[in-house]
Design a protein around this ligand. Structure first.
Ligand SMILES: [Zn+2]
Length: 124
């Protein structure tokens, strides 16, 4: 677990906090800067009261083109809440994005290109 404050890897587990919904959250302590954090610190999900799955699902239907008020009704949230989520994610979209599979695709293409070039160069 990398420290979100100083990016150090010298972090240790520092007890667990029990959440209202019975899940446990692992807390960490950074030995470099001495700050405490948990796995949600500095992520778009930090300090959200709504489960990440819900926020993610709401933003997903929004990206499909569902209106802000309709989304709010579907998820039983005020539409202003939905707007708040969108603003939060727009600011932190880079951190939120899962690792894209682009690298793998490029590798495959690279191999194909290499193979083709190799054939062209072979003296036949
Ligand atoms: Zn630190």
């Amino acid at each position: 677990m990398k420290c979100p404050h100083c990016q150090s890897n010298k972090t240790v587990k520092n007890g667990k906090a029990r959440l209202k919904d019975q899940r446990q959250r692992q807390n960490y302590l950074c030995r470099s800067c001495g700050k405490r954090f948990n796995e949600r610190t500095n992520t778009p999900m930090a300090r959200l009261r709504t489960p990440p799955e819900i926020v993610s699902a709401a933003l997903s239907v929004r990206s499909e083109g569902l209106g802000i008020r309709a989304t709010g009704r579907s998820f039983e949230k005020a539409h202003t809440t939905i707007i708040g989520w969108e603003e939060r994610f727009a600011q932190q979209v880079e951190k939120w994005s899962p690792p894209a599979p682009v690298e793998a695709e490029i590798t495959v293409e690279g191999d194909e290109v290499y193979t083709r070039v190799g054939k062209n160069l072979s003296p036949q």
